[in-house]
Structure formats: structure tokens, C-alpha cells
Design a protein around this ligand. Structure first.
Ligand code: SAH
Length: 448
């Protein structure tokens, strides 16, 4: 096989980014857009020692699981890589992907359940962050192409609420009419960097303009475009990010219209949402995730719970209604302030929050409190080894693990198993239809 050859392949698997995988002899060939069960013709565009990459030329025999992607830029945008696969098959893929991580990385034999399906397959996100770039005379707003900083212009992202489309088209008008200078990441010049939108279940929208500066021209025109056309926009905020960084948001936010926050309802509780607040992006499915966790842990009125990596306290406050007491730990101080505010807002008096690094705060909290259940919901890199060791040596009866990354969860569950804590099963919860992302819940009990 040589580069630029056309080859025929039978696809037998899906890779972690949703690429079809076939074999030419011993060599694995990755083909974007091809599905398991399909025979395809592909052009070899990269040939490495251990694998090749093929560009899909023609589908010779199509999979019954193939569906028409709804999005116009499917295959170009790096976002939804599974839109061409039926939803039932997406869930099957996620189940076997998690099972594969558990076996291969964790070397564990834990059954993985079929994922809990999402209530909505499209339009489920409550947040969008669009980078903005100038390309010649054109202003492009959209998402990055896979593994790149090149923007694919998107006018209607199908996993975002439909009003986001109207907000974006109004913003394009404002940008073009007022010749708003667009940020250039190479030269660190220009003003507008990102547009962040949040929408709550009630349909209220917060618009955040991330700028390389302190103010924008033509504020009144911007406000007018929304005040009359889209009254659902309840908040317009400027977020100042003058650093040369890939981070979207800077530290300072200035509200220029309406309120500086929205409220979101999750599980009957109200949460204050600011430009910086971390919230699961699928509000409807967040309730299902938390209920699954509480059921698997068997939380009841006798429990005292420690919620590590608690963010704005969403898990803690939902748990607080069912248990004696909750203590939450979170490294971002503003999130802890939100958590305390949210506790008061909902009249919850049995939840306490501390700002700091889990590994640093854990020993004193475990010594002070009589904890019967620990919940961990770490970022993608998973748990520090020291945290796993501290939890295991504390002898706490039950541990609930919520994970957004099956690979690091598998690694951590392997260490827990070595230290006497085992999970009976893993329940994936689909928070991100059309993408390869999957959230998982495991409940661990002490078995030695
Ligand atoms: N449980 C929350 C948030 C989970 S996201 C929810 O369901 O909404 C993971 C959180 O871990 C983030 O809020 C992040 O700021 C926090 N975090 C990351 N590293 C941390 C550390 N070392 N100690 C404590 N919190 C940390």
C-alpha cells in the first residue's frame, strides 16, 4: 500500500473519535465517516508504521445503522462526530467503549450497563462557546475543525437550543455593521475573541462577549438588536480576557444589559448561573445522572456525604435533601461562593463548602467528620493517586465515582480494587448525544 492508493476496506470498529476502523492485512486503517459493517473505498492519505489514514471516497455497502446527519457542516466541524450513526447504535458504541477501557486499562472484569439514553437527541446543550475569526473580508463564527484552530462557520448548531441561531444572526449584523475588530490570536490584536451563550430550561439567554479589552463600540446598537427582537436575552456581559491564552474566559466580567446571572432549575432546586459558573451542559440529563448516582449509592437519611470536586454544589445540594449532612470541596473559590449562595437560595442548612485542593483538604475533613459516603466527580484527568489512597485508607463504607473520562476512571478503579474497593457495575449516562463523550457512574464498596 502506498500513499494516494485507493483501497477497499471492511469497517469493523469505531475509534475513540468516531472514525471507522478497518484492516488492510495487519494494518489498521482509520476512515472518518465510515461505520462498522460497511464496505468502503478510501484513498490513503497518511501511511505510518502502525496505522494508516484513509479518506472516504465511496460507501460500497452501507450499514443499516447509518442515518442522515442533520447538520450542514457534519464532517467538517470537530464537534458531533457520530451524527451519521443511529442513536441506539451510538449508545451501543458508548457501552462497548467504556467496557473496553475497563478491560484494557483497568484490567478489571466489571459489567458495563447499557447507557441511560438522553431525553433529547438534539438541542440539548445549555451552553455554547463560539470562537470568532477574521478570514479575509469574512467574519467567521463557529467551531474549530477537528485538531485545529481553523473555524468552520456554523449558523445553526443542532445540539444547541434553536434561539441560539437567532442570537448569532443578530450578532453577525452588529459585528459587520459596526466593523467590530476581530481578535487575531497570532498577533494578539483586535477585540472580539469568543461568543459564549447560556440558555436555561425556561429559555432565558445570557450572552457573553469575550473581548481583548475593557469595552466594545456601539453598545446601544447591540442592546437594541436584542431588546426588541429577542426579549429572551436577559443578560449581556462583557468578559475581559487580555491574556495570550487558549482559555476562553478572563477573570473580569462587566454586565452591560439586564442581570449578570440566570437561574437554572435542576431536580427542583434553583442554581445561580454566572458567566463563569460550571454546570453540566445537558440540564435535563443532569437530573438523571444525579438520581442514578444517589440510587446506586443507596443514600438515605443516616448518611453523611463528602462531595469532592463539587463545582457550584449541584450534586451536594441535590444530595443534601436526602441525607443528614453534606460537605463539599472545590478548588475554584468563585464556584464555592456560588455553592454557598445556592444553599441559602434553596433554604438548605445541612451543606457546608470549602475552597481548596482535594488532596490538601481531605485529611482534615475525613478526621473531623464521620463520613459514610464519598462522591467524586473529578475533571478529565481523574483522581490523584494520593486521593485514591487517602479515601481507601479512611475505610469509608461507600464511594460514588462520577466520570467524564472512561480511561482515567478505569485507571482509578484499578487502584481502588487493589486497595479493597470494588464496583459491582458501571452505569454510563448519555449526556452528549451525537458525540463520542460519555459520562459514567460507579458505586464502590469496601470488600475486604
Ligand atoms: N460536581 C460538579 C462539578 C464537576 S467538574 C457538577 O456536577 O457540576 C470537576 C470540578 O472539579 C470542577 O469544578 C473543577 O474546578 C474541580 N477541581 C479540579 N481540580 C480540583 C482539585 N484538585 N480539587 C478540588 N476541585 C478540583
Amino acid at each position: 500500500m502506498k500513499k494516494n492508493d485507493f483501497i477497499e476496506l471492511t469497517i469493523d470498529d469505531l475509534g475513540t473519535d468516531g472514525q471507522g476502523i478497518g484492516h488492510a492485512g495487519e494494518l489498521a486503517v482509520f476512515v472518518d465517516g465510515a461505520l462498522p459493517g460497511e464496505t468502503v473505498r478510501a484513498k490513503v492519505i497518511a501511511l505510518k508504521k502502525n496505522y494508516a489514514v484513509g479518506k472516504l471516497d465511496e460507501i460500497l455497502a452501507s450499514s443499516p445503522m447509518r442515518v442522515n446527519p442533520r447538520c450542514r457542516v457534519f464532517g467538517k466541524c470537530g464537534g458531533c462526530t457520530l451524527q451519521h450513526l443511529s442513536y441506539a447504535a451510538q449508545l451501543q458504541f458508548k457501552q462497548s467503549y467504556v467496557q473496553g477501557c475497563i478491560q484494557r486499562i483497568g484490567k478489571l472484569d466489571i459489567p458495563v450497563n447499557f447507557p441511560l439514553p438522553a431525553r433529547h437527541e438534539y438541542r440539548y446543550r445549555n451552553k455554547a462557546a463560539f470562537p470568532v475569526q477574521q478570514n479575509g473580508g469574512q467574519v467567521e463564527v463557529g467551531f474549530y475543525a477537528a485538531h485545529s484552530h481553523r473555524i468552520v462557520d456554523v449558523d445553526d448548531c443542532k445540539i444547541e437550543p434553536s434561539n441560539i441561531k437567532i442570537v448569532m444572526s443578530q450578532l453577525r449584523v452588529w459585528i459587520v455593521k459596526n466593523q467590530i475588530p476581530i481578535y487575531d490570536e497570532k498577533t494578539h490584536t483586535g477585540l472580539l475573541r469568543h461568543i459564549v451563550l447560556r440558555e436555561n430550561k425556561a429559555g432565558e439567554i445570557m450572552l457573553v462577549l469575550c473581548i481583548n479589552g475593557e469595552d466594545i463600540p456601539s453598545r446601544s446598537h447591540l442592546i437594541m438588536l436584542f431588546e426588541f427582537v429577542l426579549p429572551q436575552v436577559k443578560s449581556i456581559v462583557l468578559n475581559c480576557n487580555t491574556k495570550q491564552t487558549n482559555a476562553i474566559l478572563g477573570e473580569r466580567s462587566i454586565c452591560i444589559y439586564g442581570k449578570d446571572h440566570l437561574f437554572e432549575t435542576i431536580g427542583g432546586l434553583e442554581f445561580k448561573i454566572g458567566p463563569q459558573t460550571f454546570l453540566q451542559v445537558n440540564s435535563a440529563q443532569t437530573e438523571a445522572l444525579y438520581n442514578t448516582l444517589f440510587r446506586m449509592l443507596g443514600l438515605g437519611p443516616a448518611d453523611s456525604v463528602l462531595d469532592l470536586y463539587c463545582g457550584a454544589g449541584t450534586i451536594s445540594l441535590a444530595a443534601a435533601q436526602r441525607v443528614k449532612k453534606v460537605v463539599g470541596i472545590e478548588i475554584v473559590k468563585e464556584a464555592v461562593d456560588d455553592a454557598k449562595f445556592n444553599a441559602t437560595l434553596n433554604g438548605i442548612g445541612n451543606a457546608e463548602f470549602f475552597a481548596g485542593d482535594t488532596a490538601a483538604l481531605l485529611p482534615s475533613v475525613l478526621e473531623r467528620e464521620c463520613i459514610s459516603a464519598v462522591i467524586v466527580d473529578p475533571p478529565r484527568k481523574g483522581l490523584d493517586e494520593s486521593v485514591v489512597r487517602m479515601l481507601a485508607s479512611s475505610g469509608v463504607p461507600k464511594i460514588g465515582y462520577v466520570s467524564c473520562n472512561p480511561s482515567t476512571m478505569a485507571r482509578d478503579l484499578a487502584l481502588f480494587a487493589e486497595l479493597g474497593y470494588n464496583a459491582g457495575m458501571i452505569q454510563p449516562v448519555d449526556m452528549f448525544p451525537q458525540t463520542t463523550h460519555v459520562e459514567c457512574v460507579a458505586s464502590l464498596t469496601k470488600t475486604e
